[in-house]
Design a binder for this molecule. Structure first.
Ligand SMILES: [Ca+2]
Ligand SMILES: [Ca+2]
Length: 501
């Protein structure tokens, strides 16, 4: 967009065209564009929060500026009425300006403007007859389409910016940008030592062994160790004081590029345990398949799954060998376009079904599809839409299609989901204030929140807070997983909390 000076110049040029027929003096001289500048500044920089407000703002600006001789035709908003002047719209307003009295228009106006500091001099009446309509009506637009084009461009720019402004304010609202969380902390909690750089996702085997993905580097999110590769940690929740260990990875996997995100355990019929991990090497998205060697406490790399539809993958849930659902959390990868996608809430993200035979989008329309998991009876799939602050309950069909049954609104930004195997309750790791996460400030850090949703298929599911903290203990919670009354709470980039409920 142009600078103030550019805008001023173009308006100045428009105004100068009006008066070029004669030397401008006295009270009929134009104000050299000041009013017009105010008009466009008001429109462009006020950034009203809606189209309706934009119209009102434009009106007020017009009424104040009383721009002369700029015939815009029908404005895109209701024209101000000039009572008693017979001229509706802009012209009517212009004609009632005290500094632009009717004497300044038409032949009398020309006579006055021809008067120099030394007083009036003769005016050729024949000239007046030849140009009876000179300055008696606006005509800049007709004579100077280039100027008109600039003005239209400025107005369109103002409209565009006003709409973007409105969407930005709406995005702030969606992000809970002004929300502060009140602490709700169980008594028996302590931080897990050794995990300092995140635990974005956690999945727990029926035996109580918990896998933790750590070290995520993702656009727009904080990271305390940007040069360290990610890791998978293991914790045995059967121990009195669970300790953590980083799993060795064998089998020719490129550990330096490991950037783990969502994870999902798959136990085959022969009881072999596989860990599927969303990976972002070079910020792309792949799904890595590992076999878990329980005796050695290590992972054996088996395969990398890639597909053109597997982009910006956040989380997965696995059903069979190389069969899984995956969520895509944003559409654009370019950070500038991603910002627009978030602000405009395009809702172009989806859930994908992947198998070696078939890959298809099975659910669409998410603001930002994030965590995904399956109900205990394997009938329903739960999808967290983080920026829409809700959970979608989807029915899974035999052909892997998903149909939405209901949406649970939580009012907080839901990240990963897990199911408590003992109760079937859903546990949701949530961001109370997304803006604090995106604009990380250690003096005012993002908080943490874990919600439990009971009886989700009933008419009135019960939602309660399991844990909440303002960031003094735990920042940027993304997941919570339960095992026999013990809970592990993970974060995008911070620590990991263990609690006994
Ligand atoms: Ca997961
Ligand atoms: Ca996630």
């Amino acid at each position: 967009m142009g600078t103030d000076t550019d805008i001023h110049k173009s308006i100045w040029a428009a105004h100068s065209e009006v008066g070029q027929e004669g030397q401008e003096t006295g009270s009929c001289a134009p104000n050299l564009g000041e009013d017009e500048l105010k008009l466009f500044s008001s429109i462009i920089f006020a950034l009203p929060v809606s189209w309706e407000q934009f119209s009102v703002t434009s009106h007020l600006a017009l009424q104040k500026s009383r721009v002369r001789a700029l015939n815009w035709g029908s404005p895109p908003f209701p024209a101000p009425r000039a009572a008693g002047r017979g001229g509706a719209g802009l012209l009517g307003v212009l004609q009632q300006h005290p500094g632009r009295s009717p004497e300044c228009w038409g032949a009398e106006g020309l006579r006055r403007r021809r008067a120099g500091p030394s007083g009036p001099h003769p005016v050729d009446e024949a000239e007046l007859q030849q140009r009876p309509r000179e300055l008696s009506e606006p005509r800049v637009a007709a004579r100077h389409p280039e100027t008109m084009g600039k003005l239209v461009a400025l107005v369109l720019l103002g409209v565009g910016l006003s709409l973007v402004g409105e969407r930005f304010l709406e995005f702030r609202e969606r992000s809970n940008a002004s929300r502060e969380v009140e602490s709700i902390e169980p008594e028996n909690c302590h931080l897990i030592e050794e995990i300092e750089n995140g635990s974005e996702d956690i999945d727990i085997l029926p035996s109580g062994l918990a896998f933790i993905s750590s070290g995520l580097k993702y656009p727009g999110l904080p990271n305390f160790a940007p040069n360290e590769p990610g890791k998978i940690f293991l914790i045995d929740l059967n121990e009195q004081k669970p300790r953590v260990q980083a799993l060795e990875i064998s089998g020719g996997f490129d550990k330096e590029l490991f950037n783990p995100h969502g994870i999902s355990i798959f136990i085959d019929k022969d009881h072999t345990v596989y860990l599927y991990v969303v990976n972002h090497p070079h910020m792309k998205s792949t799904v890595e398949i590992f076999k878990f060697e329980e005796q050695q406490r290590s992972l054996v790399y088996l395969k990398t799954v890639k597909h053109e539809l597997l982009k910006s993958v956040n989380d997965i849930v696995v059903f069979g060998p190389e069969q899984f659902y995956a969520t895509r959390d944003h559409y654009f990868t370019n950070s500038f376009l991603l910002l627009f996608e978030m602000i405009l809430d395009l809702r172009w993200t989806y859930v994908l079904f992947y198998s070696p035979r078939e890959v298809k989008v099975v659910a669409t329309g998410f603001s930002s599809a994030n965590g995904i998991t399956i109900s205990a009876d394997q009938k329903y799939v739960y999808v967290a839409d983080v920026t829409a602050k809700n959970i979608h309950v989807m029915e899974k069909h035999d052909n892997w299609d998903l149909t939405q049954l209901k949406v649970i609104h939580l009012g907080t930004l839901v990240d990963n989901l897990s199911v408590d195997p003992a109760t079937g309750d859903i546990l949701a790791g949530c961001h109370p204030n997304l803006m604090k996460l995106l604009l990380y400030n250690p003096d005012d850090p993002p908080g943490s929140e874990v919600l439990r949703i009971q009886n989700i298929m009933s008419e009135k599911p019960r939602v309660s807070t399991v844990y909440a903290n303002n960031g003094s203990v735990l920042q940027g919670t993304s997941v919570a997983s339960m095992y026999h009354g013990k809970i592990l709470i993970g974060t995008v980039f911070h620590k990991t909390l263990y609690c006994e409920l």
